[in-house]
Ligand binder design. Structure first.
Ligand SMILES: [Zn+2]
Length: 210
């Protein structure tokens, strides 16, 4: 699937590990790289940096993330000189604040847009009480985002992210049309929970054409 707006293009595809070159090693943390020129990471070091997102500040940039149930989140702006970003946000990264961090680092750009791709839905994300308590210990409030079904709690990670971390983004700038559950929706998507493997996976990319 691909889309575009202004001089920005984005897409999501299913691929096998090795089909594309990673920019960084994803570790479910909250580090976000800032890139100011093409090939910067390759020149900086032979080892991949550990991070879960990249913000690119130059023309004709392209960044991407890999997911298989975690949220792939893209940021772009209407400013021709604005940055683009791709963020990998599973529940661990969300709990560590990676989405707020990305938003804060980009919020000075006018007309910021956010696109969230397929990820585990509330339909499939059963959580236990110790999961909920772990969030509360971190002073977060997951309970409004829980649904009770068959005596189990299900967590709505998408709503948590859009309402807690991205509440400043107006609905018209929040692109959720591609969101569907990676675990149970059809046609099937890569899901770690379902396949016990992140290979294949989704690659969610964004680039500036000018
Ligand atoms: Zn589901």
């Amino acid at each position: 699937m691909t889309g575009s707006l202004f001089s920005i293009e984005w897409g999501i595809e299913i691929e096998k590990k090795g089909d594309s070159v990673p920019l960084f090693e994803q570790v479910h943390g909250n580090e976000i790289l800032h890139l100011s020129k093409a090939g910067e990471l390759e020149m900086a070091s032979k080892a991949l940096p550990q991070a879960d997102g990249a913000i690119a500040h130059f023309n004709q940039a392209e960044v991407h993330v890999y997911t298989a149930d975690c949220l792939p989140i893209l940021f772009f702006t209407e400013d021709p000189n604005g940055a683009i970003a791709a963020i990998h946000a599973g529940w661990k990264g969300v709990k560590k604040g990676i989405v707020q961090k990305a938003y804060q680092e980009l919020s000075h750009f006018k007309n910021l847009h956010v696109l969230i791709g397929p990820a585990i839905g509330v339909c499939c994300f059963a959580v236990r009480e110790d999961f909920i308590q772990e969030w509360e210990t971190a002073n977060l409030s997951p309970r409004p985002f829980l649904s009770r079904k068959n005596n189990r709690d299900y967590f709505n990670l998408l709503n948590y992210v859009t309402q807690e971390a991205l509440s400043e983004i107006p609905p018209s700038h929040l692109h959720l049309d591609w969101f569907r559950c990676t675990v149970c929706s059809t046609p099937s998507l890569p899901s770690f929970r379902r396949n016990k493997s992140a290979n294949p996976r989704l690659r969610t990319w964004i680039r500036k054409t000018t």
